[in-house]
Design a protein around this ligand. Sequence first.
Ligand SMILES: [Zn+2]
Ligand SMILES: [Zn+2]
Length: 320
Amino acid sequence: MATNFANYDVRTRDPSRDVEDLLIEKPPLGVRIGDPSATSRRREHLFYAAVKQGGAVAAIAYLFFFPTGWVEWTGFALFYVLNILSMSIGYHRYFTHRAFETSRPMRYVFAAWAQFGVYGSLLRWVADHRRHHAMSDKPGDIHSPYFDGHGRALVGRKGLKHAHLAWAYDDCMTDMEVYGKGVVDDPAILWAHKTRYLWFAVSVLVLPALWGFALGGAEAVIGTVMIAGFLRVALALHAIAAVNSFGHKFGSKRFEGQGEARNNWFLGLVTLGEGWHNNHHRHPRAANAGMAWYELDLSYWVLRAMQAVGLVWNVRRVKL
Ligand SMILES: [Zn+2]
Ligand SMILES: [Zn+2]
C-alpha cells in the first residue's frame, strides 16, 4: 500500500527516528520499490558512468602528454553549451514542463537534442522529474539530499551523494501509471528513448571528431574527441547533477514552500540558468528560471532567439 507524503515538511522530520524505516513496507505514492526495471536502469547508468568518468580520466591524462589548442577548446565550449541546453531546454523546460510550444518536426529535433546530452532516457527522465516536483524533499522524491528512494532520512554527504547521482542505482523506480501520463504514448519521446544510444555516440564521438577534422585535420580528431567529447560530457553531467544535490542545499530561497530548492549563482552560471532552482520550483511552467535582472539565464535567451525566428512560440515568462 502506498502512502501520500505530499504534505510532509522536511524541516519537521527527525533524522534519528528509525520509524521512517517503516516506509519500506509502505512506499511513497508513485514509487515502485524492487521493480525489476531498476536493474536495467542501473546497467544503463553504469555504462554511462564508465564511458563518461572513464573517458574524462583518459582526457585528463591526454592533456599531460599531448598539446591541445583552440580547435579542441572551442569544440569543448560549443558542445558544453549544447549539452547543457539539451537538458535545460529539451528534457526540462519543454518535455517536462511544456514552458513553450513548437512544431511537430521541432519536437523530434528537441527530442534528439535532449538525448545528445546523455542524461538517460528522456521517457524516464520526464516521469522522474514530475515526481521530483510533486514530492520535493519529501519521502517519494527521486533525488532529494534529505531522503533515499525508500523515503528514509539522509543527512550530510550521504544525502548529497544520493541526490547527485546515486539515486540512479537504487531499486526504486517511478511508477509510470502515476507520473507517466501523456509521456508513455508520446511518439517523439518514445522515438528518443529507443534511439538514445545513437545520440550518445553522435554526442561523444561523431560531432567532436567532425569538429576536430574540419578545423584541425586528421591529427586533431583524437584530441577533440577527448576534450570536446569525453571531458565535456562528464563535466556537463556533474553540473546538472549538482542542481539536484547542492541546489537543494546551498544558496538562497526567494520563495518558501518549494522544498529545499535554492537559487545558487554559481550553479546558475555553469548550468546556463538551471541553478535558479528555487525560482523554478515556484514557477515550474515558466520558460525562464532567472527572474531578477542579475540572474543570468542563457537557456531562456536561446529560447527567445528561437521564438524570434519562429521555431518556438508561447514562451511563458514569469516576472517578479
Ligand atoms: Zn529540484
Ligand atoms: Zn523542473
